[in-house]
Ligand binder design. Structure first.
Ligand code: SF4
Length: 466
């Protein structure tokens, strides 16, 4: 088989080339792009969406490969096809997890696709915390990594507060305005090369105060947790605008942050060492890194608690604790035990019983840690109302939305039953005609809820796969 040539990103290219980065989390990537620019790179975070991206993915990546790979590579090729920059002055950046899952090999698929499309001369940069592949002129100095870590935490904070404001905002657009202002504040601070935690925590306080100003209605909404494979969980391109859909259904979205994935990756190195006695030196470093990251997350939680009435995320210690009785921490392909822990934590800590578990079609690890543990989660938490949704280029959006709607019908019924139970007021005497009409409505709701409950159960057992 012919070897695909590797074109390196050289030191000189730092001045001449614009690096195109596929997007996943719009808020976080804006801040992270800013960090890279701060260190002298020219950056463009891609915002091309739509069928063109999916088509390019299907055309250039084998259809057996994970859906996120198809989208990420499809987005880059589509961007090159419509690029307004000279093609000899662009480079592409792709992340490598460095773990055992296929995400570590997306870079090879990208090179193959580029070669096939006649873009084989475009340099490809690997960005990895685990140093999977060296990229010559592109480096991640410790100060820059630290800024990226802080940027990620600020992104999580903005996302968490936004999710708690948007469904209740009194003035349309007020929450988005708070996001824009917060990102602008972050961009201003992240222009500094050396950033101290004191400055970042002051920024976080400002962000919380900014969101406190968003006027919110006091009403109860159905809260829905979103978990799953990292790309389809966060990327509107990967999950067919799931968040927008849930908002249009009158729900509040609860989505665990990206920072937990960093904590999960660093913790796994430590845990591997404890379990198998391997990578002693690396584990010793990661133990310190993990403790540092946990401390920063705890600081953020404290800031939210002290300065607002927003619900903060969990401490990572409690995330680890959530796995007990559900899954072993040696399960660490893909999102591994973190995915299970996030579902348990949503139910037990956030009191969110309704969960959409997003999974790329054909993603083995996440089907095991997501769909595979739903039975045990439901056995231990009977109130759990979980639906697994597969995402793929050939999956119909209507099918996905219908399955989520069934889960929501169940959620509404459970919420109504809970309210009725809490409500101790004696029933108001109604005229006979009204009583009859209420009885008819009640029968209708019971019938549809029964259908929703059984369909959700069947989805969990994989009977309703596409
Ligand atoms: S976690 Fe799933 S989608 Fe992601 S690389 Fe692994 S197999 Fe592919």
């Amino acid at each position: 088989m012919e070897e695909i040539k590797r074109v390196s990103f050289t030191k000189e290219m730092k001045k001449t080339h614009t690096i195109l980065i596929p997007t996943m989390l719009p808020i976080h990537f804006k801040i992270l792009g800013n960090v890279l620019e701060n260190y002298g790179y020219k950056i463009k975070v891609l915002d091309n969406f739509g069928q063109g991206v999916i088509d390019q993915g299907l055309k250039n990546v084998h259809n057996d490969t994970c859906y996120p790979a198809q989208l990420v590579i499809g987005q880059m090729i589509d961007a090159l096809e419509h690029c307004d920059l000279p093609l000899d002055k662009v480079a592409l950046l792709i992340t490598q997890t460095g773990g055992g899952c296929r995400a570590s090999n997306y870079i090879h698929l990208l090179r193959k696709a580029l070669d096939k499309c006649g873009y084989g001369n475009i340099p490809v940069i690997s960005a990895s915390f685990m140093k999977s592949e060296q990229s010559g002129g592109f480096s991640l100095p410790v100060t820059m990594l630290l800024q990226a870590v802080y940027g990620c935490l600020c992104g999580d904070l903005i996302m968490t507060l936004y999710n708690q404001c948007i469904p209740y905002e009194k003035q349309a657009g007020a929450s988005q305005k708070a996001v824009d202002d917060s990102v602008a504040m972050a961009e201003k601070l992240f222009c500094k090369k050396l950033l101290r935690w004191k400055e970042v925590s002051a920024l976080m306080k400002q962000i919380i105060e900014r969101f406190n100003k968003v006027e919110r209605r006091k009403e109860e909404k159905i809260r829905v947790g979103v978990v799953g494979e990292i790309y389809v969980k966060y990327s509107p391109l990967g999950n067919n605008n799931l968040e927008e859909f849930l908002l249009s259904e009158g729900c509040e979205v609860v989505c665990p942050g990206l920072f937990d994935f960093l904590l999960y990756c660093t913790h796994n190195v430590v845990f591997d060492n404890d379990l198998y006695g391997i990578n002693g030196v690396k584990a010793a470093v990661m133990r310190k890194v993990n403790a540092f990251l946990r401390g920063r997350k705890s600081d953020m939680i404290r800031l939210i608690e002290q300065n607002s009435d927003f619900q903060p995320p969990c401490h990572f210690e409690s995330t680890i604790e959530s796995t007990k009785g559900y899954i072993g921490k040696g399960v660490k392909m893909g999102e591994g035990w973190l995915l299970t822990a996030e579902m348990v934590e949503l139910i037990q800590h956030y009191k969110v019983n309704n969960i959409v578990c997003t999974q790329p079609f054909g993603c083995l690890p996440n089907h095991i840690c997501g769909k595979g543990v739903m039975r045990v989660i439901k056995e231990k938490n009977p109130q759990a109302n979980i639906v697994a949704v597969d995402y793929d280029s050939s999956a119909s959006k209507v099918n996905q939305q219908n399955r989520i709607k069934l889960m929501l019908a169940n959620a509404r019924l459970m919420s109504a039953q809970q309210k009725a139970q809490d409500d101790r007021e004696p029933p108001v005497e109604q005229p006979l005609e009204e009583q009859q009409s209420h009885q008819n409505q009640k029968e209708l709701v019971t019938a549809s809820a029964g259908f929703a409950a059984s369909s959700t159960e069947q989805c969990q057992d994989g009977q309703y796969a596409y």
